[in-house]
Design a protein around this ligand. Structure first.
Ligand code: MN
Length: 253
């Protein structure tokens, strides 16, 4: 697949579009390529500006987020989150981060994420992109307790939990967005290979993920598609089509 086969839109379901200095240019490029982008945000206060940035875009959506790393510092923005939630079908980046350096904020993270899941369940119809670094077990438990599958859909972004935890998440109806870093290790590829192919999406997590020595640019998921094609044993056009169909199904439910 290359520029001569533009009929399948690529999917970047987790990208920090607002953190690119040249985001206007990136937005124009992604729109021209018809790449489906979910632009995540890290705090409710930046959501309105993000929405404005992509107004008029056909292929880019913005998610309302409160990143777990900011949950303690920006916890006061939960009131704003609640206020804006009615206007946003997409939610993220949200979740939990169990890294040792964030251990002292974990209780607050849980409170914030639990509250967000509860609000989403109450509203219904939301699609969430969820961070779970070193916290897969707690993230899955909270989703199971707070957000029934018929009240909202979760996409676990950059999932690095165990195969058993992945299986639990699958049972809860979760999808997974896979990035290039996940496919660089044997363990990562094995995890991805074990996921139901119909629950897999692609992401860059740019600009936090580097690809070939440079921060990934929004929509730059071709290598991920190629990696998935390899793992699935299909042609990359078939892999791209599958991801595209998965996204359509996710958004229909
Ligand atoms: Mn991210």
């Amino acid at each position: 697949m290359n520029s001569t086969t533009p009929d399948i839109s690529l999917v970047d379901f987790h990208c920090h579009l607002d953190l690119y200095a040249d985001h206007e240019q990136q937005i124009r490029r992604c729109e021209a390529l018809r790449t489906k982008i979910l632009a995540v945000t890290n705090a409710p206060s930046v959501w309105p500006r993000n929405r404005e940035m992509v107004s008029g875009c056909k292929h880019i959506r913005v998610a309302l987020g409160l990143h777990p790393e900011l949950a303690a510092k920006r916890g006061h923005e939960m009131a704003l989150f609640e206020q804006l939630l009615k206007q946003s079908r997409y939610v993220g980046e949200v979740g939990l981060d169990g890294s040792p350096q964030l251990a002292d904020t974990f209780a607050i993270q849980r409170e914030v994420f639990g509250r967000i899941l509860g609000l989403c369940a109450h509203e219904g119809g939301k699609v969430l992109t969820v961070h779970s670094r070193r916290a897969a077990k707690d993230v899955i438990a909270l989703i199971g307790a707070e957000l029934p599958a018929d009240r909202g859909r979760v996409v676990l972004h950059w999932f690095t939990g165990s195969a058993g935890e992945a299986a639990q998440a699958v049972k809860l109806g979760c999808y997974f967005s896979v990035n290039s870093v996940m496919l660089t290790t044997g363990r990562g590829r094995q995890l991805v290979a074990g996921l139901p192919p119909e629950r897999v999406l692609t992401e860059t997590d740019g600009p936090f993920v580097s690809f070939q020595g440079h921060p990934a640019i929004p929509g730059d998921v071709l290598a991920v598609v190629q990696g998935l094609a390899d793992v699935w044993g299909v042609h990359e056009t078939a892999a791209a089509t599958r991801v595209h169909d998965n996204l359509r199904r996710l958004l229909e439910t």
